[in-house]
Design a protein around this ligand. Structure first.
Ligand code: NDP
Ligand code: X2W
Length: 324
């Protein structure tokens, strides 16, 4: 069965990764590509490595009221640019929004696919988590659900590759300013705070009022690593066993007994989690590593799309990560 699929924002980093995954997906057929500045170009002009069958597809000017016959739409637009437009897409077209406009918005399901797949199946409007929340919440969920850490005192130290800012994210994240440099940003007010706090409260059953989150830009292309400091008296072994049991039948989360690395996830939809703990100091450290364009964006989006289309969750996502 072919599911007629579109991508809006295809020229960007998130949309481009969605294109790569859909080009190799056995059930999704890319029939529609859209954008703004790239409209009028053929896919091969923007992506010289695109498969021949898709090379001639022309990027349309994005107009939600002039869509071809579609079953599924991936939206990868700048946050703030999708809410109004996606409201005009006909109900029968399923949507996965990779951008930030619909996370915990009414009528939309927050697509934390490794944690609550059953709540995503059969939905028609899914908001993909942000890249930092995907890495963070997958690492924290087993501990919160098992009552091993307190939801109110969580400190997240995060690192991201530069592609996290998107193609349009030049600004102070350009090559000359990022190469051989490290910089914190978004202190105390990052846009991912609300979705992380809401999800921590939802799983942990208590206030996340003490949440602290500081991202840092690292001179690498892809990858998110989070090191999360929590209050709890569990041992490392208890944390690992709790996570192993929580993710026992989940295909994309790997629980490791050594600290995870971003390169383990590159090019994949995998999420690596691990833990360290010192019960005498009431300290648990949770760690998570993902590819910001994989589990952090397009990989997670395809996983969510599989769930809402009634396909096996792993369809089109089974390849190994890229090494080195
Ligand atoms: N990069 C990442 O790691 C992650 C990104 N996200 C989110 O995904 C979304 C896309 O991010 P990313 O791909 O990085 O961003 P990019 O800047 O790389 O791409 C943005 C895309 O949006 C298109 N676009 C911009 N304005 C319009 C418009 N008015 N109408 C139609 N198309 C438009 C651009 O098209 P054109 O070139 O044709 O103008 C481009 O394809 C954002 O919301 C981002 O926050 C989420 C998780 C991770
Ligand atoms: C390096 C960099 O700028 N990264 C982005 C994260 C991208 C993302 O996940 O953003 P959305 O929530 O908009 O989807 C940021 O920190 O805002």
């Amino acid at each position: 069965m072919s599911i007629r699929t579109g991508i809006v924002g295809i020229s960007g980093f998130g949309g481009g990764e969605a294109l790569r995954l859909i080009a190799g997906h056995p059930s999704f057929e890319l029939v529609y590509a859209a954008g703004e500045g790239s409209a009028g170009s053929r896919l091969v002009d923007r992506f010289p490595g695109v498969p021949q069958a898709l090379a001639g597809l022309v990027i349309e000017k994005w107009d939600p009221e002039a869509l071809p016959e579609l079953d599924l739409l991936f939206a990868s637009l700048p946050t703030g640019a999708s809410a109004e437009a996606l409201a005009k897409v006909p109900e029968r077209v399923k949507i996965v929004d990779i951008g930030g406009d619909h996370r915990y918005a009414p009528g939309w399901t927050y697509g934390l696919a490794d944690v609550w797949p059953e709540q995503i199946k059969r939905q028609a409007r899914v908001a993909n988590p942000g890249c930092f929340p995907a890495a963070t919440l997958n690492a924290l969920a087993p501990l919160l659900a098992g009552g091993l850490i307190a939801p109110g005192n969580i400190v997240i130290d995060a690192k991201t590759g530069i592609s996290g800012a998107g193609r349009g994210g030049g600004g102070s994240f350009g090559y000359a300013e990022s190469n051989e440099n490290l910089q914190p940003y978004g202190l105390l007010q990052h846009v991912h705070m609300p979705e992380m706090a809401t999800t921590i409260e939802r799983i942990g059953g208590g206030s996340a009022a003490g949440l602290v989150f500081t991202p840092h830009l690292v001179p690498m292309t892809r990858g998110v690593l989070v090191t999360i400091y929590c209050r709890g008296s569990a041992t490392m072994k208890q944390c690992l066993q709790t996570a192993q049991s929580f993710y026992a039948d989940r295909p994309f989360v790997r629980v490791t007994d050594r600290p995870p690395q971003t390169k383990w996830a590159t090019g994949s939809n995998l999420s690596f989690v691990s833990y360290a703990a010192d019960p005498e100091r009431d300290l648990v450290i949770a760690m998570g590593a993902v590819d910001n364009l994989g589990k952090g964006a397009a990989g997670h989006a395809v996983q969510n799309a599989n769930l809402i289309c009634g396909l096996p969750e792993t369809t089109g996502l089974e390849g190994a990560s890229i090494w080195p």
